[in-house]
Unconditional design. Structure first.
Length: 613
């Protein structure tokens, strides 16, 4: 069983979405894109326990919080009689509509859902809609069902309502067929919400992982009456020496002064409400900690231990069910890298389909490019997906070898700054961070603007590297040394904005445009390599040449970045200051009085320097 398509309308921050899911997928994108909302939408539709919450949805589950109908008043046409009533149009109340297409059904599912079976064409990636019955015999066509969740506000009840149906019956039948809790249990969708599931995994609450395991194994605990009876016979702190019974006796005597004994009396303490539901909530598994025999509640264990415990329980569920879809948020939380990879590998082996969200490179690299679903959402609430497309210059071998160092961070970010080389990639973020510390009213760090800096590994790689990210719907900028007109045009065609400084190298930009005092001060702070110290015994007399060699020898060791990190605002080259302002103007134009002017100043500074060189 697998979820193939997911369609959403008016849910949370998503006005509309139509997502095609592979067998195994990792959903990635910047924070607040809609990854969790997608999994929550599936859980509303297929989760067997999600609708137990009453009401199943509330005001904040509707897009922009709009859930009621409203009247639009149309103005009178010119020349209309005054007594003529204005025309009124009433927009229907918005509904949350989620549709899930489930394919690769088991024989048990086909038998159960037989009256509602539709056909899925894997080759065309869509439902088979032809009227020819013979067409369903094609190898690419298999049984499928569509399930819809409909959430709405009920004006008469003044409350929210949400139900699931077989999608086809919403159109074909006067009374659509409900997709029941038992139907959902047959589907087997399990959603692990990061740490939130761990807080009740080993309790007996309804819907907990332990409760699911007991139901799958058809184990029905028969201890309720005996447990309640034992607890009913036990009075807490009944010994008079403890003092509590004396206080309760005084309360009872005072009570008799005001009401007859039939109204109540003889107060005493018990350890529970003595109901099944309350026992389900308070009964908790204890786990021994360390090497001793002392045990503590499982939820008081370390976060990593709880997550691994939950994983172990999920594996039991998968083994018993044999046909289950796992959805899991951020498996990397409080888990070391080797365990992250183990979690992903094990769950992929156990489940018929897995859906992850993650910000970890160790999790992401466990998925093929076709299994990586990049999500983005526009300002109108339309959520879309993109696939990673590698240019000819980036081979799959290179992509895998450099995934953690060059590609992963960019895939997870909303905005990308493609830097020509390691020096620019290390130094420019430091410049923006330093300027933001000195003048937070004017400058902002790249991190605060959601910009990830990616090292292209050379100016020739910038266009192709930029295209990888721009095709995913990300905003892409670039920073580089002076280029030929031809190559400059090629880079500009692949990015939203190019920041090209006038020098041949970034080190020259810094050395030629800072102050002598800053260079001499930095020279006195660093440890000089022996060969440079021997060549320049009195560095203060020639700091530019000495530091030029030092920066060249420290290209991979943040030499220029360390220098810029200790500069004052005036000591940082003007081109870098103007570029930092221009980047802020691009990302946050409302925070800049004249954003176009800031961008023009940065570009003009580069052009003037290049022409005068």
């Amino acid at each position: 069983m697998q979820i193939r398509t997911l369609k959403i309308e008016n849910f949370r921050g998503i006005r509309s979405a139509s997502i095609l899911l592979p067998k195994h997928a990792v959903l990635i994108g910047d924070n607040n894109t809609g990854k969790t909302s997608l999994l929550e939408a599936i859980d509303l539709t297929l989760g067997p326990d999600r609708l137990n919450r009453v009401p199943p949805v509330d005001e904040h589950d509707f897009f922009e919080g709009k859930y009621r109908s409203y009247i639009k008043v149309q103005p009178q046409e010119e020349g209309a009689v005054e007594s003529e009533a204005e025309h009124q149009d009433e927009d229907p109340a918005p509904e949350i509509i989620i549709e899930v297409t489930v394919v690769d059904l088991s024989e048990e599912q086909i038998a159960r859902f037989g009256d509602h079976i539709e056909w899925w064409d894997e080759a065309a990636q869509m439902l088979y809609a032809e009227h020819s019955p013979e067409g369903v015999d094609a190898e690419s066509i298999s049984e499928a069902i569509r399930v819809s969740f409909v959430g709405r506000y009920d004006e008469e009840e003044d409350d929210f309502d949400g139900r699931t149906y077989f999608s086809r019956t919403l159109l074909e039948a006067e009374n659509p067929t409900t997709f029941t809790k038992k139907d959902k249990q047959v589907c087997g969708f399990l959603y692990l919400r990061s740490l939130r599931t761990g807080s009740r995994a080993l309790s007996l609450e309804r819907g907990s992982l332990l409760d699911i395991i007991l139901r799958l194994k058809e184990v029905r605990p028969q201890m309720w009456e005996e447990t309640i009876g034992n607890l009913a016979d036990y009075a807490v702190a009944s010994e008079p020496a403890l003092g509590i019974t004396g206080v309760l006796t005084s309360i009872n005597s005072a009570l008799k002064k005001y009401v007859p004994k039939e109204w109540g009396g003889q107060p005493h303490l018990k350890v529970s409400n003595l109901t099944r539901d309350h026992l389900r909530k308070v009964i908790t598994a204890f786990i021994a900690t360390g090497e001793g025999s002392h045990a503590a509640p499982f939820y008081r264990q370390g976060t990593g231990t709880i997550n691994m415990l939950v994983l172990a329980m999920l594996s039991l569920i998968a083994k018993d069910k044999q046909n289950v879809i796992f959805a899991m948020e951020e498996p990397e939380t409080a888990i070391p890298p080797y365990a992250q990879k183990r979690i992903v590998h094990e769950i992929r082996q156990l489940a018929s389909q897995t859906l992850f969200t993650s910000h970890s490179p160790y999790v992401l690299e466990e998925f093929e490019i076709g299994e990586t679903v990049v999500l983005s959402r526009d300002s109108n609430g339309s959520l879309g997906q993109s696939a990673i497309e590698l240019p000819d210059s980036v081979k799959m071998k290179r992509y895998r070898q450099e995934f953690r160092t060059r590609f992963c961070e960019g895939l997870l970010a909303r905005r990308i700054l493609v830097a020509e080389g390691a020096t620019e990639a290390a130094a420019f973020p430091v410049v923006c961070r330093r300027l933001a510390e000195l003048r937070p009213d004017i400058y902002t760090s790249l991190e605060a603007m959601g910009i990830c800096t990616v090292d292209a590994g050379g100016e020739t790689n910038i266009p192709d590297m930029a295209k990888v990210y721009s095709k995913l719907g990300k905003r892409v900028f670039s920073i580089c040394d002076r280029q030929s007109d031809e190559h400059k045009t090629k880079i500009e065609q692949s990015v939203e904005m190019l920041f090209m400084h006038p020098e041949i190298g970034f080190e020259d930009l810094v050395l030629n445009n800072t102050t002598l005092e800053a260079l001499i001060r930095f020279a006195s702070l660093i440890y000089w390599p022996q060969h440079i110290a021997a060549k320049y015994p009195d560095i203060a007399t020639n700091p530019i040449r000495a530091l030029s060699e030092y920066f060249s020898s420290k290209k991979a060791d943040w030499g220029v970045a360390d220098f810029l990190a200790q500069c004052t605002e005036d000591e940082i080259p003007q081109w870098l200051r103007e570029t930092a302002k221009a980047v802020k103007a691009l990302c946050d134009p409302q925070a800049v009085e004249r954003p176009d002017q800031e961008i023009d100043m940065a570009l003009n500074a580069a052009d003037e320097g290049a022409n005068g060189d």
